[in-house]
Write a protein that binds this ligand. Structure first.
Ligand SMILES: Cc1cc2nc3c(=O)[nH]c(=O)nc-3n(C[C@H](O)[C@H](O)[C@H](O)COP(=O)(O)OP(=O)(O)OC[C@H]3O[C@@H](n4cnc5c(N)ncnc54)[C@H](O)[C@@H]3O)c2cc1C
Length: 326
């Protein structure tokens, strides 16, 4: 590998600059050079790239979305745009509208009863809106002359990255500075039987075409509570299972206000419990077995969907290991 790196990967600095003074140029090896290369096209990476371009630098953004284990994939913009803040707020908005519709008749509005919610319709609207943001981000990069590559990046050396396209084509990109803005992804508790096989995460919930139905959300993070919150608001049966306290890093008085409010609106809480296994029953439902840590008693429940929202570790870095790029 060392031989490959020496013979095929040019070292920094690149050959003399062009008339523009910028380092963006193609080497005779086909390698492209930039002042700044940003790995990750999420909120952080895009902001960094746009700012640098505005300051006159030649910038490229490399972004690639590894599909979730359920096969969900999305476009440019990272977690916030595709599987975070934006779709979440739209689903909260859908839930809040439902609440207002229920209240409306008490304020004199004549609303046809019963009030029903169509997940399919909401999901389509949310997904179309997110796709419009994906496109908007691409246009903004283009307008600022930031080059966008839909590549999965790995480091070759400290100034060179190897980008691999969906089709497996490899391209070398080099830059004076490389920013790592690869964000994080939800993780499955793979030690729990059936967790990966039958569960989903927040990477999937916003892209479901059909209603998740009766849902068990495992975790006590803000992601867990927010998902359970909008599911309850949309009229679905949502249960949150947590090992200890909700919103651990937050003010606990506020955390209690949040969970009490949710409970008063119908979210069920299983506290001090941890899941042991998930099985699919013959009717397609998921049977979850858990243990109550205080009593050591095992219990089971059936759900249509199990959503894991347990931890939020950084997962981009392993993909950025050192490689040799032909
Ligand atoms: C359900 C949910 C709700 C949230 N709500 C809020 C909220 O209301 N307010 C708020 O402030 N925050 C919220 N967040 C958090 C927010 O979404 C993140 O903090 C933010 O998106 C992180 O941005 P980032 O640029 O660091 O990373 P990301 O947005 O994750 O972007 C990183 C990008 O890099 C790509 N990438 C990773 N490795 C590579 C590689 N090797 N090569 C190429 N590309 C790679 C990833 O696929 C991704 O597209 C929420 C998160 C979730 C999950």
């Amino acid at each position: 590998m060392a031989h490959l790196l020496r013979s095929r990967v040019p070292t920094w600095p690149p050959p003399p600059r062009g008339p523009s003074g910028h380092t963006h140029q193609e080497h005779d090896t086909g390698q492209q050079c930039y002042d700044l290369l940003v790995i990750g096209g999420g909120s952080g990476g895009l902001a960094c790239a746009k700012e640098a371009a505005q300051l006159g630098k030649k910038v490229a953004v490399v972004d690639y979305v590894e599909p979730s284990p359920r096969g969900t994939r999305w476009g440019l913009g990272g977690t916030c745009v595709n599987v975070g803040c934006i779709p979440k707020k739209l689903m909260h908005q859908a839930a809040l509208l439902g609440g207002s519709l229920h209240d409306a008749s008490h304020f004199g509005w004549e609303v046809a009863q019963p009030i029903r919610h169509d997940w399919r319709k909401m999901a389509e609207a949310v997904q179309n809106y997110v796709k419009s943001l994906n496109w908007g981000h691409r246009v903004q990069l283009q307008d600022r002359k930031v080059k966008y590559f839909n590549f999965k990046a790995s480091f070759v050396n400290k100034h060179t990255v190897c980008g691999v396209s969906k089709g497996g084509k490899e391209t070398l990109l080099s830059a004076e500075h490389i920013v790592i803005a690869t964000g994080g992804r939800p993780r499955y508790p793979t030690h729990i039987e059936g967790a990966l096989e039958y569960g989903i995460t927040s990477d999937d919930i916003f892209w479901l075409k059909e209603s998740p139905g009766r849902t068990l959300v495992v975790g006590a993070s803000y992601v867990a509570l927010e998902c359970a919150g909008f599911l309850t608001g949309l009229g679905l049966d949502a249960t949150v299972m947590m090992r200890s306290v909700p919103l651990r890093a937050f003010d606990q008085q506020m955390a209690s206000l949040v969970t009490n409010h949710m409970a008063s609106h119908g979210t069920r809480f299983l506290r001090g419990c941890i899941p042991l296994k998930v099985e699919r029953l013959s009717d397609g439902q998921l049977q979850v077995t858990w243990v109550d840590l205080a009593s050591d008693r095992k219990d089971t429940g059936t759900f249509d969907t199990v959503l894991w929202a347990v931890v939020f570790p950084v997962r981009g870095l392993p993909a950025l290991s050192l490689v040799s790029c032909p």
